[in-house]
Design a protein around this ligand. Sequence first.
Ligand SMILES: Cc1ncc(CN)c(N)n1
Length: 232
Amino acid sequence: MAGEGTVEAAGGPAVIAGWMDKHREMYRRATKHPFVLSIRGGTVDLSSFKRWLEQDYVFVRGFVPFVASVLLKASRESDDETDMETILGGMASLYEELSWFRTEAFKWGLPLVDIIPRRANQDYCGFLRSLEEPEVDYTTTMVALWAIETVYQESFSLCLEDGSKTPPELMETCQRWGNAGFRGYCDSLRRIAERRLEMAQAGIQKNAEAAFERVLELEVSFWDMSSGSSPL
Ligand SMILES: Cc1ncc(CN)c(N)n1
């Protein structure tokens, strides 16, 4: 049974809606992590926030080549030429995002140089590099891109909801990923991923589902690392 806001494909429940249902506990852990809930509740430990900021800057630097690899695959493998524009729009925002990180870090007195990626970050960036390989199909990489962006969108939009007590100095961070424009971008990525999944063979659907699950695990570990609840 598809839930509220899910899309039904002509031949049955949409693939992504099915996964959301099947992996809902892991999805909840990735999108409603205690670290995010502490921002929303106004109790966040600022040293955790600073750790997240530094580590996420390193992550985004690793994310850019991954998105470039998805763009390359779209140009070669996509059945719809508008996919390229959607992905290119996301890449353009990443240029601006890197400069936002530098400005934000300056505000917090963080130099953003010689940051050593922590274990969870190394694992995540290693996973992204594995997806950049030419043998990995476009559909799987699109699913990963959609899931990575959507976890942030859902997480940070929680901190903007009525009744949240997000500290004013963290509002800009939450708006960066919680805003309606970014939500629209995530919806576009989902439509591309869903379209590709519906035309994909079972083997590709299986790889894509494994990538979706892996993204959720890595996001949870990334939040754990930020909040200091993982050892390294
Ligand atoms: C760990 C992580 N996941 C997702 C995003 C959103 N691009 C991010 N900046 N960092």
